[in-house]
Design a protein around this ligand. Sequence first.
Ligand SMILES: Cc1cc2nc3c(=O)[nH]c(=O)nc-3n(C[C@H](O)[C@H](O)[C@H](O)COP(=O)(O)OP(=O)(O)OC[C@H]3O[C@@H](n4cnc5c(N)ncnc54)[C@H](O)[C@@H]3O)c2cc1C
Length: 373
Amino acid sequence: MTKTVLILGGSLAGLHVAHALLRKRNKDLKVIIVSKNTHLYWNLASVRAIIPGQIKDEAIFKPLSDALSRYPKESWELIIGTATAANLEEKAVEVAVSDGTTRKVAYDQLVMATGARSAAPNVPWKAADSYEDTVKILHDTAARVKNAQHIVVGGAGSTGVEVAGELGHEYGKTKEIILLCAADKILGGDSVAAAAAHELKKLNVTIKYGARVAETRTTPEGKTHVVLSTGEALSTDLYLPTTGLLPNTEYLPGRYLSADAGYRRVLVDEFLRVQDARDAWACGDVVSKPRAGFLITQKQAANVARNVELALAGREPAVAKDPPADIFACSVGRDRGAGRINSIRLPSFAVWLAKGRTLGMQRVQGYVDGSVA
Ligand SMILES: Cc1cc2nc3c(=O)[nH]c(=O)nc-3n(C[C@H](O)[C@H](O)[C@H](O)COP(=O)(O)OP(=O)(O)OC[C@H]3O[C@@H](n4cnc5c(N)ncnc54)[C@H](O)[C@@H]3O)c2cc1C
């Protein structure tokens, strides 16, 4: 009898799992993907895509239907919609479909891959609620970047540093670029923080330390007042907040989620199985453990696909493995970077070669042709 694997989320985690299952061409398996977006979004390159003319939409947005249509059509279904309520006892998920209808989708195995969104609205660092919204936010941001003379980037984590680096590379000599860092070191005090700060300085980016944003206000003239917790206020043409990720878990009952008030990620065991549930798995940013990251997402997606297959065969799951090394690479503009493998520092050139040159865009095709899995 045909078994159904329901995957929630069609991004880097969800599409990876789908490919891993579908490429086996198991006639007794149907994969259903529920995705808010019709397209995969290579958000890792969003930091450069906000610089007008740098990256074409076609390079970072790929239709999910193109990726799936290589498999027999009876083996998959793509539902464009939002998972709104998951009942892990009944083994069914309610979906608000983009055509305005609702559907209840029953499953044998469930994979949660709904990731995490940016805490700030209208920024292009992660997919928005639809492909059209994501493209619009990206284009609007690029237009505002072009017109601004003074830009403030809020938050000096890796997204903030990469955004500031891209702005510095393109406009460091013609616009004022300020990076706000709440602490006394960027990148959360990672061992490569000083190297990244040094690269930013070369691109004329000013880093303001101890600068935690308390509130922002837009003026009738279109400027933004960024008020810091110290009371100091900056007036800027464009404020780009990069802080905060919120796991997309609102459709799950609270007992499956971590208790942190602002950060409710899915709790999983060593098999990436949802704690206290049966036949339900999670991977990628929705788990955010050990942290939210692409290489971790890839590894987890492969682990979950294997455990789903084992479960379908009535076998015990395998313990999920972490990536073999802790790699941290931060691109700083189009020809620099700072990074490390475990505790070994990488030269700026090596980070550029491995990451900054393309921001991983050469990997996108693997999500279309399935070779990623
Ligand atoms: C600017 C930026 C740069 C980055 N660069 C790097 C990097 O260089 N290296 C690295 O290791 N990591 C990087 N990351 C992290 C990387 O992007 C994430 O780890 C990765 O995107 C996780 O993929 P995911 O599929 O788990 O989740 P997401 O990419 O968040 O995708 C989740 C998908 O699920 C959809 N969805 C959400 N809720 C629902 C719902 N209820 N129903 C249906 N669909 C839903 C969303 O719309 C989205 O399409 C970067 C992150 C950012 C923000």
